[in-house]
Design a protein around this ligand. Structure first.
Ligand code: UTP
Length: 286
């Protein structure tokens, strides 16, 4: 099964990350030295995805397009300084994937943001990444989810167990376990009160969706927080073609808030040979 396209919505206000998001798009803030959108595009490309469609707010397409586009001035400067290694790395960023941007004019919610990709996606199944969720896994999460979609023909969501405190801010599911890593979803509800939640299993920002979701999203009314919720639209497909869960492994951080982003930077730096020892020594002295 081949999935060629991924949608990455980044048009939200990023209120948890104010004041910096007054001027800088949240998903371009550094996870150590590269933005979360870079890590998500890498994960997508590692699973064979070629086209990345960012959903951006008015005026935000500039920074995203600049990040993933060629930068002749910078490349010439690096070439003239003979900085071949960095030059190669910069060229690779511009060549990673075909990146385009669609505008979401009004922030009506994640479901509405995904609907903005309808024309670009067409009638094929596609992946969705929420770049707030960074996952470090030996086997890329989205690649495994594409396999689940291939085996079932259904929609697929990534799942993780969360604490009681986190339940009311997440999409929560009821499942029937199929194997160690796979489940069939029996129910899903966005941001439930703890007492109404069917479990502590939450949807994390990776999805594989069939194109039918666009019709469903068009008729999905505003839900939790008065926003058009992607979870509500996916829930309408529990019977047909089915919704499946992938219980991913590895490390996950939500970089959509300052503390999560700081932890993610530490996690990323500890994986880097050039700085890990220094950082570890500094941390142990704190
Ligand atoms: P969040 O619920 O995290 O909202 O959206 P947010 O605006 O990014 O951050 P907070 O909660 O205000 O701090 C989940 C994802 O959906 C995108 C966001 O950019 C984020 O990637 N989104 C949300 C949109 O693209 N459009 C919307 O209308 C809402």
């Amino acid at each position: 099964m081949t999935i060629r396209k991924a949608v990455m919505p980044v048009a939200g206000f990023g209120t948890r990350f104010l004041p910096v998001t007054r001027a800088v798009p949240k998903n371009l803030l550094p996870v150590f030295d590269r933005p979360s959108v870079h890590l998500c595009v890498e994960e997508a490309v590692s699973a064979g995805i070629e086209d990345i469609i960012f959903i951006v707010s008015e005026g935000q397409d500039g920074p995203i397009s600049r990040y993933f586009g060629p930068q002749p001035g910078l490349e010439n400067a690096l070439a003239s300084r003979n900085n071949v290694e960095l030059l190669e790395q910069m060229r690779e960023i511009a060549e990673m994937a075909n990146v385009s941007c669609s505008i979401q004019n009004e922030q009506k919610g994640l479901g509405h943001a995904i609907l903005m990709a309808r024309e670009e996606v067409g009638d094929e199944a596609f992946a969705v990444f929420l770049p707030d969720d960074v996952i470090w896994a030996d086997i890329p999460t989205i690649g495994e989810m594409i396999e689940v979609h291939g085996a079932t023909g259904g929609n697929v969501v990534a799942l993780e167990e969360v604490s009681d405190t986190d339940v009311p801010s997440k999409g929560i599911v009821a499942i029937k376990r199929i194997s160690e890593t796979r489940s069939r979803i029996l129910d899903m509800v966005e941001k439930p009160a703890l007492e109404d939640a069917p479990s502590n299993l939450a949807v994390v920002g990776r999805y594989v969706l069939t194109a039918e979701i666009f019709d469903t999203l068009q008729y999905t009314p505003a839900g939790a927080l008065g926003e058009i919720q992607l979870t509500d639209a996916i829930a309408r497909h529990i019977e047909s073609p089915g919704v499946y869960g992938y219980h991913f492994g590895g490390e996950h951080q939500d970089v959509g808030n300052p503390l999560g982003a700081l932890k993610a930077s530490v996690t990323a730096a500890l994986k880097r040979q050039d700085v890990a020892d220094d950082l570890r020594a500094w941390l142990s002295g704190l």
